[in-house]
Each structure stands twice: as structure tokens, then as C-alpha cells.
Design a protein around this ligand. Structure first.
Ligand code: GAL
Length: 362
């Protein structure tokens, strides 16, 4: 079990980025850069012990800095979209959020948390785990959001092949907050092609319906009897091409799935909420979290020809799965609606959520 730091590059604004590589006693290896707190590599064994990298990414810091897609990055202040880049909070209107997705605000804005070098509070190893503790200070007015916000993210790799991500934050003025990580997984190895054969189980009884711009309309729809039902594991491709408006509007899966009984479980112990499995390699990823929902995204926009992936691989849609555990992003515009999460962090509140990605093979 060890972690080491190496030089990763210098950003366009002159900041130095490092790459931290953790390796556990089974040989599982995770590399994370302090630029965006981005997971760059995640190497795990298949059922025969063959090690492959199962996350999409780029070959250089410059690509992470200039490309879109948020590959492997930490995302905030508010992951996903805020309609019109405006919201109201405590009788104040905030309407200067950066517009970067049609007419809407996406993933916290222009620089946000994904395109900046985070502080490194600590990187350390003990008998059972390696950890990397990253910090980010987002000043009052940052990307149009209120309050001085201090975020701490702790990545931990243990000998059970579990990578855990703990998100903590405090603010001095009420602000919406919804933090996640945007890793793109392909359990056959990042270069192995379509994920439509991956099997997925998600412990969600409902999902958020969106409009064509992928903005939640306010409707929370039961998954029962729809292609969105993953309560029994099934291949992602089984219903992918169904003539079902939410799938056709989004070009695939790109929806917030609300976990069963989320109102009573959010903030408690992380519980098993999703399992992704590649039947070819046998690799399996369990997702445990105490967040209330997950944005399941089948990489429908992963097609930018200008930014080849690691090793020169062309981007292709549906070659990765994102399971972005989070608050419901639509909550910012649906405050007070009991079907949505409370997404406001207030002074004195402790924002504290943990998501675990645990790997095995069968
Ligand atoms: C996802 C989002 C997608 C797309 C992607 C980034 O979280 O659901 O619609 O914006 O990020 O390309």
C-alpha cells in the first residue's frame, strides 16, 4: 500500500499540477491529479487477474484543461444544470451564473471546481489505506454563487479495492451545493468499446423527467414499467433504443435516478445503490453512497473529435458509464417541492457525503 506524488504539468495560468498515484496490496492503482481532483487512471483486475485501466481520460494536463466532458473530474458548486443560470434564495435573485450549455448553467460554470488546481492538505498511507485530501476555496460570487465556500474532498483507496470519495463543505452564506465526481467507467477497459452490454442494477424507484434541454420539469416518474427500471439488473442496451420519450430526448440514459427511501437514508451510512458489471471481463463495480440520487449518464455526448482520449482513442458515444451520485440538480429550481432534495447549504451546516466505488471480478 503506497501513494506517491509526481509532477503532472503546468496549467495555462501557470499553476503546477501534481499526479498522485495510490497502489494497494492487490495491485489496484488509482491516479488522481489535483487539477480538478480528476481521476486519471484506475487500474483493476478482471476475473483472470488481468489489469486494465477502466476510466476514460486524456493523455495530458492540457487536454484536461481545454476539453469538455468533465472526464474524471470533481464537479460543483452544482453538478448538472440550473435552468437559465438563475435561482432565488432567501428572497435574493442570483442571475449571473455562467451559461455554458445552451441557455443553461452546467456543472458549476466556466472554471468551477473542475478546471482549477486544488490545494493538497495531505497525502498519506497507513496499514489499510492510502488517502489524498484536497481542498478548494470558492470565494463569495465565484461563478455567480453566494458565500465563501470551503470544500474538502478525501479520496481513499483500501485493500478491499474500494475507492471512497468523501465530500465535505462549509459556507458563510447560504448557497446551493451539489458535489460529485464525473468518472467515465468502462469495465472492459477504457478502450474496449460499447457499454451497452454492461449490466446495471440501480436501487431507484423513480427518476426525474427532463425537457429537451435536459432540465428537470418537476415531474418525478416511477420507473415501474419503463426502460428506466434497473431494479433487476439488466444489460444497459436492452431497452436503450426503446421508443420512450425521455430516452429519445436525451439520446440515451442521462437522468437523475432517485434512490429508494432516499428521504430517510441521505446522510446516513453509505449503502449499496448500484452495481455495474461487465460480463466479458467479469469486472464488477459496486456503488455505495449516502447521497440521495445518481445521475446515470451513458456518455451520449462523448463524441468530440478534437479531443482524442488516452492513447489517441477517438471519442465515441456509449463507450462509458457515469454514475454520478449527487443531490437532485433540479432542486435549485424546485426548492420547497418535497419530491426534490434540499440542496441549500447554510452557515453552520456540515455538508458531508461519501460515495464508494468498490471493484471485484467474477
Ligand atoms: C453529465 C450530464 C450530461 C453532460 C455531461 C458532460 O453529468 O448529465 O448531460 O452534460 O455531464 O458532457
Amino acid at each position: 500500500m503506497h501513494i506517491h506524488q509526481q509532477f503532472y504539468g503546468v496549467t495555462l495560468t501557470g499553476a503546477t499540477a501534481s499526479l498522485f498515484t495510490m497502489k494497494n496490496d492487490n495491485g489496484m492503482t488509482v491516479s488522481i491529479t489535483d487539477f480538478g481532483g480528476t481521476i486519471v487512471n484506475l487500474i483493476t483486475p478482471d476475473r483472470n487477474g488481468k489489469m486494465l485501466d477502466v476510466v476514460m481520460g486524456y493523455d495530458s494536463l492540457r487536454d484536461y484543461e481545454t476539453a469538455d466532458g468533465y472526464l474524471g473530474a470533481l464537479v460543483g458548486r452544482v453538478a448538472n444544470r440550473i435552468a437559465g443560470g438563475r435561482f432565488e434564495l432567501d428572497d435574493e435573485v442570483y442571475d449571473k451564473l455562467y451559461i455554458n450549455d445552451g441557455e443553461n448553467h452546467l456543472h458549476g460554470g466556466k472554471v468551477s471546481m473542475s478546471y482549477v488546481v486544488w490545494g493538497v492538505r495531505e497525502f498519506a498511507t497507513d496499514d489499510n489505506a492510502c488517502r489524498l485530501v484536497l481542498t478548494y476555496h470558492s470565494p463569495n460570487g465565484d461563478e455567480g454563487y453566494p458565500g465563501n465556500l470551503d470544500v474538502t474532498v478525501t479520496y481513499t483507496l483500501d485493500n478491499n479495492n474500494a475507492l471512497s470519495i468523501r465530500y465535505e463543505a462549509v459556507t458563510d452564506k447560504a448557497t446551493p451545493l451539489n458535489l460529485t465526481n464525473h468518472a467515465y467507467f468502462n469495465l472492459g477497459g477504457y478502450a474496449s468499446g460499447s457499454i451497452l452490454g454492461h449490466e446495471l442494477w440501480v436501487d431507484a424507484e423513480s427518476f426525474l423527467v427532463t425537457d429537451a434541454a435536459l432540465i428537470p420539469t418537476g415531474e418525478v416518474r416511477p420507473v415501474d414499467g419503463t426502460p428506466m427500471d434497473f431494479r433487476t439488473a439488466k444489460p444497459i442496451g436492452r431497452d436503450f433504443f426503446a421508443d420512450y420519450a425521455p430516452l429519445r430526448l436525451a439520446g440515451g440514459y442521462d437522468h437523475c435516478f432517485n434512490f429508494t427511501n432516499w428521504k430517510n437514508t441521505a446522510g446516513g451510512d453509505p449503502i449499496l445503490r448500484a452495481i455495474l458489471r461487465d460480463p466479458v471481463s467479469g469486472r464488477r463495480m459496486e456503488v455505495l453512497t449516502n447521497q440521495p440520487s445518481v445521475q446515470f449518464y451513458s456518455a451520449n455526448f462523448l463524441k468530440n473529435p478534437l479531443f482524442p482520449l488516452k492513447g489517441g482513442l477517438q471519442q465515441r458515444t456509449q463507450t462509458a458509464v457515469c454514475l454520478e451520485t449527487q443531490n437532485m440538480s433540479g432542486s435549485v429550481r424546485h426548492q420547497g417541492n418535497p419530491d426534490f432534495t434540499d440542496c441549500i447549504l447554510r452557515p453552520g451546516d456540515a455538508f458531508d457525503y461519501t460515495t464508494v466505488y468498490r471493484f471485484s471480478a467474477d
